[in-house]
Design a protein around this ligand. Structure first.
Ligand SMILES: Cc1cc2nc3c(=O)[nH]c(=O)nc-3n(C[C@H](O)[C@H](O)[C@H](O)COP(=O)(O)OP(=O)(O)OC[C@H]3O[C@@H](n4cnc5c(N)ncnc54)[C@H](O)[C@@H]3O)c2cc1C
Length: 139
């Protein structure tokens, strides 16, 4: 890895800013809804940005098929999705802190203490956007 870095053309390198934003819970008006990065830009430390955008799209398509006025369908979409996306935004931010621990031993311990696999198997990965109850709040 270090050899690869040493051999790149330094004139062709640039810094890629990582900008963080607190979760937003207001995603829609009566006729317009935002989804994906447009409404929940997320730091990359959980690799879930695209996953959340795809889940949004699946849930939005189901909400629009409900037998209710569009404004209520968009509200249902927002109410269901916003808490889950906010959780991912917050946890991704927290994971960034772990990835930037300078001491290797401390970093190892921090990941162990956090028990990421257990947590994510509990709430992140089992979520099924095609079958989840849209009238619930996703966590
Ligand atoms: C290096 C990197 C690695 C990543 N790895 C992962 C990963 O492992 N797992 C994961 O889940 N996520 C990952 N992500 C995040 C993921 O790519 C984004 O969260 C996801 O692409 C968001 O999808 P989106 O449709 O909301 O937005 P985008 O993919 O950004 O799509 C928006 C589209 O709108 C277009 N657009 C913008 N303005 C206009 C306009 N005025 N008119 C018409 N079109 C317009 C853009 O060109 C773009 O095609 C990664 C991101 C990066 C940068």
């Amino acid at each position: 890895m270090r050899a690869a870095i040493d051999n790149v053309d330094r004139d062709q390198c640039f810094r890629w800013a990582l900008n963080n934003r607190k979760p937003v819970m207001n995603w829609c008006t009566d006729r317009v809804a935002l989804l994906g990065d447009a409404v929940h830009p997320t730091l990359p430390y959980m690799a879930q940005g695209a996953a959340m955008a795809i889940e949004d799209a699946a849930v939005l398509s189901r909400a629009l098929a409900l037998d209710m006025p569009m404004a209520e369908a968009l509200q249902a979409f927002q109410n269901h999705r916003a808490p889950r996306a906010a959780r991912v935004v917050r946890e991704s931010t927290e994971m960034g802190d772990l990835y930037h621990i300078a001491d290797a031993q401390q970093m190892k311990q921090a990941f162990k203490d956090r028990n990421i696999a257990a947590s994510r198997n509990n709430w992140l990965y089992p979520y099924d956007p095609m079958n989840v109850d849209l009238m619930s709040q996703a966590g």
